[in-house]
Design a protein around this ligand. Sequence first.
Ligand code: ADP
Length: 233
Amino acid sequence: MVYKKRFDGRKPEETREIKCAVGVIPNADGSAMFSFGNTKAIAAVYGPKKMHPRHKLNPEKAVLRCTYDMISFSVDERKRPGTNRRSSEISMVVQKALEPVIFLESFPNTVIDVEISIIEADASTRCAAINAASMALAHAGIPMRDMVASISTGCIGGTVVADLTKEEEDYEEDGKKLATDIPIAYLLRSGKVSLLQADGRVGIEDLKKAIALGYDVCLKVGEEQKKALKIQK
Ligand code: ADP
């Protein structure tokens, strides 16, 4: 086993530098930026507002519509603009991660649009997207039961770590992929999980460790989110 120390020298439970702020898009009803090192997401919230097409309206609650987009210059090789299968999947999981905390039933026949742009991508973009979107919803004054915080945990060659970089996600020995990426999102007060995915192989004991580590780290992420919301613009 060659993998002993993280490439950037972090401790297993240590995240990259977290930066976040709200009010970054003045024209939106609410907005936020959240970054883990070189992964940076910007989220803008519009609504609750009238929805088109009207047949998608729900007379019982608001529709939460999340759109995730990794912009062309977010990665070294220019990414083809527009939606693809990956962005549709991430839009859906971000929406599912946020839906449980919003009082959607208070706004029937409306839509709440959450537009997320990844302007720098070095793995864990769905987690940064969820963190930015949760802050932007709070900044827009949308009534929420809880805050949502997200982190990627993972297992690299037998070590459980938090906040994987692209280099870590791609780690392999003798041509064999040895990293498993486990993005997770928590509802901070209730401790409930609203996102749990695993890309790769992981044993049950390591998975339990990753889930527990995820909660501890999400609490720290939540502290940063709340700090930024207190000094909101
Ligand atoms: P996440 O960003 O949530 O970890 P993935 O595991 O699908 O989601 O992607 C991991 C990383 O791979 C991204 O954060 C980005 O750094 C890189 N990546 C994804 N899609 C592309 C692409 N089309 N071109 C270049 N890099 C990409």
